[in-house]
Design a protein around this ligand. Structure first.
Ligand code: NAP
Length: 301
């Protein structure tokens, strides 16, 4: 059977090396912090990319990332960093991602694949759809892995191993883009789940953004004279409140409506607890605690 080499087949072949193992000649990571650094370390450890270029806003972060082996070189200039890249991943705070992608777009080669690691998807995808040159292809991603730490010094080559990465294709997404971005995250060790950007944001409002808000509310009301009386319960429950506010304000603002909806559900449940306590209803308190335990046990450790 004769196969004609259309431009899309040629770019597919250039991106992938033999035997379906993905090899990217130039991978660019914009924002080499915890997530960007972990992508760089994982890509290099697994030989997914020959050259890994980091783009940052301060030399100290790029030097640290290079010293740790997360990137092969760094630049403060976005246009230079993305020039000639086959694959670019944006790992900056969510409110910057679409702006940086649009800023990078004129400097990208034909066929460049773009993705991101942002914790919200709806605004980013909406702000980009229809605005990118036809020859470059964006697909939103969100790896469900990370921590409250920040910076490349906390990056981990195994961060994505056996963790879920959500990809958010839309009607505009080409099949080949979806395949290649999936291969990229699988190459870093992830499993993949596809969701619409809106469904992603609705779900993550409850599974990630609301817990963060609750942890911050709880940590925020602790008076200083009680610090010494906190043990694992308070510390486990509020761990994520130690995250960088400059990352989280943007997440709350971008997913404001969905977070507000989940906050309403949480308020209802808090009211149920309050009423059960006010009325000293033992069976009701038991049942609320038992239902929560069932869910938490099902999640595992
Ligand atoms: P991080 O460690 O703080 O890294 C953020 C990176 O963005 C740093 O390299 C930082 O540069 C750069 N940056 C910050 N503000 C910038 C600005 N104004 N202009 C240019 N660069 C800027 O944060 P992270 O945890 O890796 O988060 C990165 C992305 O991943 C976010 O979109 C977040 O929502 C998403 N994410 C995070 C997690 C998690 O658990 N941490 C999980 C999944 C997804 P400097 O070094 O100069 O500060």
């Amino acid at each position: 059977m004769a196969i004609s080499l259309t431009p899309s087949i040629i770019s597919w072949c250039l991106l992938f090396s033999v035997a379906e193992v993905m090899t990217i000649q130039k991978l660019t990571i914009v924002g080499v912090g915890l997530i960007g650094g972990s992508i760089g370390l994982a890509a290099r450890r697994r030989d997914l990319a020959d050259q890994v270029v980091g783009v940052g806003r301060q030399t100290s972060t790029l030097d640290k990332a290079q010293e740790l082996g997360a990137i092969t070189e760094g630049t403060l200039e976005l246009d230079k960093g993305v020039f000639g890249a086959n694959f670019v991943v944006f790992c900056t705070p969510v409110h910057l991602i679409s702006k940086q992608i649009l800023q990078a777009a004129p400097h990208l080669a034909k066929g460049t694949l773009l993705t991101d690691a942002g914790s919200t998807k709806g605004s980013i995808v909406r702000e980009l759809e229809g605005k990118l040159p036809k020859e470059v292809h964006f697909l939103g991603s969100h790896p469900l892995a990370g921590s409250e730490k920040r910076g490349p010094e906390h990056a981990d080559a195994d961060l994505f191993q056996d963790r879920l990465t959500i990809l958010t294709p839309t009607e505009q997404t080409q099949e080949s883009t979806l395949q290649q971005v999936q291969e990229f995250w699988k190459g870093l060790g992830s499993h993949i789940k596809l969701m619409s950007p809106e469904a992603h944001d609705q779900a993550l409002a409850l599974t990630s953004h609301l817990p963060h808000l609750l942890a911050s509310a709880l940590a925020g009301i602790l008076p200083e004279d009680l610090y010494e009386l906190t043990a694992t319960g308070f510390r486990d429950t509020t761990r994520v409140a130690a995250s960088d506010p400059s990352i989280w304000t943007g997440i709350f603002q971008q997913n404001r409506e969905a977070v507000l909806q989940t906050l309403q559900i949480l308020n209802q449940r808090l009211n149920e607890f309050q009423q059960a306590l006010e009325n000293n209803e033992k069976p009701r308190i038991d049942s609320l605690l038992a239902q929560a335990k069932k869910v938490r046990d099902a999640l595992g450790s």
